[in-house]
Design a protein around this ligand. Structure first.
Ligand code: AMP
Length: 450
């Protein structure tokens, strides 16, 4: 298939020619007609698969020339670097199209961006926080938005932007096309799709269910967190075999918990990355692991995406991922460059269904290993593992209607003052007894005419 097989137009073909792109990538091929149809779409694809053009080609193909000031297409991305990158990509593709593109992000002067918005635009690429601020200040009108693209939504949710996204959905026109791209499927992403998307079409770069042959896989049935911890500790004591170990967990809280626990045994050998750590901290951790200064790296799925580290001896799935594709991504971190790799997966009773999904995807059973004798089987449970006790008919339980409600008291005198604004102007006016601003001049003129 070539780009000629897609229903593009001359300006787009010319731009693609200039770029030297001949064949659409799989995600571009699959997404084109679906985005063009106007239906909601969920795309699972990593950076580097050509996903930016996958949504921009059909959008630019159907975006009509307009002189209206308000943007019609909104692209939301998690970081300012990505804003810059996406704007650049759009500009390359729109080289021969008369379309106004603007990137806005936090941490820079909002007034400059307000002025740029006021000049009129068609496509706005933004981080959620800054976009919301611009919309609230009324510098930016969102009423004409017809299509919204949320790129790297997994990272966005992992960084805690869910609330900001919900706020934005509230002020966007209800009739709009939602397009979303994510590299990993997570519970959060799934929840967002269910809540806000209407029967979305799905496209994905199919994760191969065929694991690399040079990766050996072993599964352990482990009753709970503390036993998983004991097993991990036991395995990691063999420092020669387990010489570069990547441990995956699903949640940040779990990553921190495991880090604290392992760090007390393997002091100075463990590092951790997840989205609550600063960028510098994450980069340092990855570098230390890559360089071999730290033997063990604990990571969440979203953050480990795109990690390019060689010679990982073992991948430990400390939990069993709910989305089987994530397991394929995780184990693909070992056994690179033809080297032998090892993957281990720990599953509790509750995780058996997820384990079965993984085995179904791979169409194979993972070899089971038994927990070594000297690993202590714990009976202690962490908060998440304890059964939730539902109380029925507890007469002492406070109900909502008994709640005291918000406190009410009269405002103190000093807090009753109304903010009249522009106190300096008022003072000057009083001092000079004549208007000092243009607004006041007009007032005088009006008075004179009378
Ligand atoms: P992305 O996944 O959108 O970050 O794109 C990754 C890179 O691939 C970008 O530098 C694009 O310019 C490039 N690219 C996108 N589509 C194609 C294509 N059809 N053929 C060759 N390169 C492409």
């Amino acid at each position: 298939m070539t780009f000629q097989d897609l229903n593009l137009n001359t300006p787009l073909y010319n731009a693609l020619d200039d770029l030297g792109f001949v064949t659409p990538t799989p995600i571009q091929e699959q997404a084109f007609n679906k985005v063009a149809s106007g239906k909601d779409l969920v795309g699972i694809a990593q950076t580097g698969t050509g996903k930016t053009f996958a949504y921009m080609l059909p959008i630019l193909r159907h975006l009509k020339y307009s002189e209206q000031l308000n943007p019609r297409v909104l692209v939301l991305v998690p970081t300012r670097e990505l804003v810059v990158q996406v704007v650049e990509e759009i500009e390359k593709l729109a080289k021969y199209i008369n379309v106004r593109v603007l990137g806005v992000y936090g941490g820079t002067n909002i007034n400059t961006q307000k002025r740029a918005v006021a000049e009129g635009l068609d496509i706005i690429v933004a981080t959620p926080g800054r976009l919301y601020d611009l919309a609230l200040s009324r510098a930016l009108q969102l009423k004409s938005i017809q299509k919204i693209v949320i790129d790297e939504v997994d990272v966005m949710l992992d960084l805690g932007f869910r609330h900001q996204l919900l706020n934005l959905f509230d002020i966007l026109p209800e009739r709009r096309q939602n397009i979303m791209f994510s590299a990993t499927m997570t519970e959060d992403v799934d929840a967002l799709i269910t809540d806000f998307f209407i029967a979305p079409e799905r496209v994905s770069i199919a994760v191969s269910g065929t694991p690399l042959e040079n990766i050996s896989q072993v599964k352990y049935q482990v009753p709970n967190y503390y036993t998983k911890l004991n097993l991990t500790t036991h395995l990691l004591e063999d420092k020669d075999t387990y010489n570069k170990v990547l441990i995956f967990v699903a949640f940040k809280k779990m990553a921190d918990r495991l880090y604290d626990a392992l760090n007390s045994t393997f002091y100075d050998e463990v590092c951790v990355i997840h989205s609550n750590k600063t960028q510098n901290y994450r980069l340092r951790s990855i570098e230390q692991f890559r360089a071999g200064e730290n033997r063990i790296l604990i990571a969440t799925d979203v953050m480990a995406r795109g990690l390019d580290i060689d010679n990982v001896s073992h991948v430990i799935n400390f939990d069993t991922p709910n989305f089987p594709e994530n397991y394929m991504h995780r184990i693909g971190r070992t056994g690179r460059a033809e080297r032998e790799g090892h993957a281990l997966i720990f599953s509790t009773d509750k995780e058996q269904d997820a384990l079965k999904c993984i085995e179904d995807l791979m169409q194979m059973q993972i070899t089971e290993a038994s927990i070594p004798d000297d690993v202590v089987i714990s009976t202690e449970l962490i908060e998440e593992e304890r059964p939730v006790i539902k109380e029925r008919n507890n007469p002492l339980k406070r109900r909502d209607e008994d709640a005291p409600g918000p406190a009410f008291h009269e405002k103190k005198e000093k807090n009753k003052k109304e903010n009249l604004g522009g106190s300096y102007r008022r003072e000057i006016a009083k001092k000079y007894k004549k208007p000092k601003t243009r607004g006041d001049k007009n007032f005088n003129r009006r008075k004179k005419r009378k």
